[in-house]
Design a protein around this ligand. Sequence first.
Ligand SMILES: NC(=O)c1ccc[n+]([C@@H]2O[C@H](COP(=O)([O-])OP(=O)(O)OC[C@H]3O[C@@H](n4cnc5c(N)ncnc54)[C@H](OP(=O)(O)O)[C@@H]3O)[C@@H](O)[C@H]2O)c1
Length: 264
Amino acid sequence: MKASSHAQTALITGASSGIGATYARRLAARGYDLLLVARNETRLRQLADELTAAHGVRVDLLSADLEQHADIEKVAARLRSDEQITLLVNSAGIALNGSLAEADLDSTHSLLQINLLALTMLASAAAVRFSLGGGGAIINIGSVVSLLPERFNAIYSASKAYVLSLSQSMHAELASHGVQVQVVLPGVTRTEIFERSGSSLAQIPPGMVMEVEDLVDAALRGFDQGELVTIPSLPDSSEWHALTQARLQLAPNLSHNQPAARYL
Ligand SMILES: NC(=O)c1ccc[n+]([C@@H]2O[C@H](COP(=O)([O-])OP(=O)(O)OC[C@H]3O[C@@H](n4cnc5c(N)ncnc54)[C@H](OP(=O)(O)O)[C@@H]3O)[C@@H](O)[C@H]2O)c1
């Protein structure tokens, strides 16, 4: 086992499985020390042992239930105080099944706590310290469903639209302070999220399902290229840029002192 040579630490939420665990493997291979956050300590410990043995990096665990305010605050406090942390990967998230009419209060509350509140407060804590230090990076895991809300569970899609919007605002606020922001929009990716939400990958055409290693490797290439929005599946990035351009062209006409003529 070689000693860690990298002074930088990545804090990864949702590190016990799927996309977060894959970020942990890839970032450890790049020499990052890690702080792994999730509820399942057994899985975090196994991953930590694997990565310490394979890469000689230091891996610490922080068990947290990101539905709980006290646990969100515990992780945020670590982000505020630990100067080794230079990268936050906000991957923890849950999905829901069914229509808006079928939504129940408990699972909706859980989703909003994890996908929105925890992600926001951790991003905020990182943003404050990173911008004071003039460096660091925040990666938020969104979803392509933010661009296709008509095609998926309403609450989940809206939560991911929030993540996209938040990340765009964060970039606008933080770029001049030397803080890199990236939002990753995965399509369907083979992880446990489907079974966890009572759904299944079985009905999805295999041509739409990406392996999680390919997803994270592509996302990290986008990160290395300094992309704000990375859509690993999208073959032609000019389509995304055209959409952004069209949106920004609305700007001069989105606030006037008179309603548009068609409303008069
Ligand atoms: N897979 C896809 O097709 C897909 C597509 C687009 C976007 N995404 C997004 O990718 C992110 C990662 O999802 P995944 O696909 O990797 O799913 P996953 O394999 O189910 O992983 C979810 C992670 O979130 C953690 N988590 C869940 N509830 C938590 C809680 N209450 N407190 C703390 N951690 C909690 C889980 O850890 P514990 O259970 O140990 O707490 C696990 O590590 C999510 O934000 C998801 O919305 C996934």
